[in-house]
Structure formats: structure tokens, C-alpha cells
Design a protein around this ligand. Structure first.
Ligand SMILES: C[S@@+](CC[C@H](N)C(=O)[O-])C[C@H]1O[C@@H](n2cnc3c(N)ncnc32)[C@H](O)[C@@H]1O
Length: 259
């Protein structure tokens, strides 16, 4: 089944920031609590070695994504790692929270950074977690074209390689979000109200999570997109899946490094 051009509520300008931030806070909490993305560390270190850098620029960071679990593992594999989080709409309190808990490994950019046109001055391996499906094909292609034009390594990771199992996984999050939201830090009154009194955050997670699974780019779609880039042969591309131990689904990865 091909990617469907659906919309997600969190991408709409009318989506209240407290609801959007509540959903990205939950995604970050889940990613870190399960350590589901730690298995992609060798992919990032390989890109860092190929690019000769210890720096990472994370794009579309939302509330920081899985970095509180990934950064220590990355630092153990390549000591001296420095990760900068960024977003087109930076959620500054959440990003500051991640920075403060990261043991000095993670910082953030306070100004907006657009993944389709990253300032030349920002170096490091570009990473994107659980966000590439938000980009419609032309914008998605622009993300790769920008990295190729500026000779920056890029590594994208999407948290599921199977649409149907992914939708089941989204549904399974509903009881979890109700049970575990009090553990999400920093505690926000708005998050508690919008989870229990007026459950717009669980509704958004369910709707957007389902739409996300139907919007995922599968490996053949990613390969076809790369093939349309003018200078794609100047990069080495690794498209595949990374297994998550004990999970029924895997992570789709795409890593591009300058030759
Ligand atoms: C699903 S959320 C966050 C995903 C996050 N990486 C994680 O793992 O939880 C997607 C994020 O992409 C950001 N975004 C959307 N379009 C963008 C663009 N063109 N450039 C940079 N960030 C963008 C949104 O503001 C939002 O915070």
C-alpha cells in the first residue's frame, strides 16, 4: 500500500499549542521510556565517522524526541558527541528541559530551523526522528536536496515499518497515555487537563498516530525519491530497517553520507 496524502491535526495552524505540545511531549516520553530508538545508534555513528564530525543537528525535534535515551548511547559509542535540537516552531521549555537533563550532551537552537532549507552555517550530521512522514513528497525531496546541496550527512528514522501493526500500536497507546501521563516531565497543568478533563491530547495522539502510519514512506518510496535528486550519486545511501529487540515492528532508516 502506497503512502496516503492525509493530514495531521498537529500540522494545522489552528491546532492549539498546548494540545500539539502535549502530544509531542508524550511521543518523547514514550521513545525515551522504551529506549526504542537506541538500536539506531550505530547508524548515526557510521554517518558521523563518514562525515568526520562529533556534531549532530536534529531537525523537527518537537519536544526533543528520543534524545534523552539516544544521546548517552551515542556518546558511549563516539565520546564527545554534541547534539543540537531544532524545530521550525521550537518548543523552548521542552527543549530546555531536555538540555538540562542531558548531562551536557544536548543543546538546542532557539531560532526556527526549517528542515527544507537549513542554514549553511549549521554543521553536523542531520537527524530526523518520527517526522519525515509529515513532509509531502515535494517537501520531503527538498529535505534531501538541501542536505546534498550543502554536503551534510543526513539520517532519518521512522518508528515503524508496517502500517497495520503500527496502527495497532497507536491504539495500544491509549491506555498507556491515560496511565502514564502523570510521569511525563516537566509537569504541566494544561497537559493534565487536556488528558483527563478534556481528552484532546489522547484524541490527537490517536488521530495523528493513525494518519502517520498511513503517511509513512516505505523503503521503495524513499529509494525512488532519492533517485530523483540531481546529485544523488555524490552521496552513499543506506535505506533499510533496524530491528527493535522484542518488538513486532522495526525502524525504517535512511542514511545519506557525502562520498
Ligand atoms: C511529530 S513532531 C516531533 C517529532 C520528534 N522528532 C519526536 O521524535 O518526537 C514533528 C515536528 O516537526 C516540526 N516541523 C514540521 N515541519 C517542519 C519543517 N519544515 N522544518 C522543521 N521542523 C518542522 C513540527 O513543528 C513538529 O515539532
Amino acid at each position: 500500500m502506497r503512502r496516503l496524502p492525509l493530514f495531521e491535526i498537529e500540522d494545522q495552524p489552528w491546532c492549539p499549542a498546548a494540545v500539539r505540545d502535549g502530544a509531542t511531549d508524550w511521543l518523547a516520553f514514550l521513545g525515551n521510556a522504551t529506549e526504542a530508538f537506541v538500536p539506531v545508534v550505530p547508524k548515526i555513528t557510521a554517518a558521523m565517522e563518514a562525515a568526520g564530525t562529533h556534531d549532530v543537528l536534529d531537525l523537527c525535534s518537537g519536544a526533543g524526541g528520543p534524545w534523552l535515551s539516544v544521546a548517552p548511547a551515542l556518546d558511549a559509542a563516539r565520546p564527545g558527541v554534541r547534539v543540537e535540537l531544532s524545530d521550525r516552531f521550537p518548543n523552548l521549555p521542552a527543549l530546555a528541559h531536555v538540555r538540562d537533563r542531558s548531562g551536557g550532551r544536548v543543546g538546542f537552537r532557539a531560532e526556527p530551523v526549517d528542515a527544507t532549507d537549513v542554514p549553511e552555517a549549521l554543521g553536523g550530521v542531520r537527524t530526523m526522528f518520527n517526522c519525515f512522514h509529515h513532509f509531502p513528497p515535494e517537501a520531503a525531496r527538498a529535505v534531501f536536496a538541501d542536505a546534498v546541496a550543502k554536503r551534510r550527512a543526513i539520517a532519518i528514522f521512522e518508528g515503524c515499518d508496517h502500517r497495520a501493526l503500527g496502527i495497532l500500536g497507536v491504539a495500544a497507546q491509549l491506555p498507556l497515555i491515560l496511565a502514564l501521563t502523570p510521569l511525563v516531565r516537566p509537569i504541566e497543568v494544561s497537559r493534565l487537563v487536556l488528558t483527563y478533563a478534556l481528552p484532546l491530547i489522547p484524541a490527537l495522539v490517536l488521530f495523528d498516530g493513525t494518519a502517520s502510519m498511513l503517511r509513512l514512506y516505505m523503503q521503495d518510496e524513499l529509494r525512488a525519491m532519492i533517485a530523483t535528486l540531481d546529485d544523488h550519486a555524490s552521496f552513499r545511501w543506506d535505506v533499510g530497517t533496524t530491528r527493535i529487540p522484542r518488538a513486532p515492528v522495526a525502524i525504517t532508516h535512511l542514511v545519506g553520507t557525502p562520498r
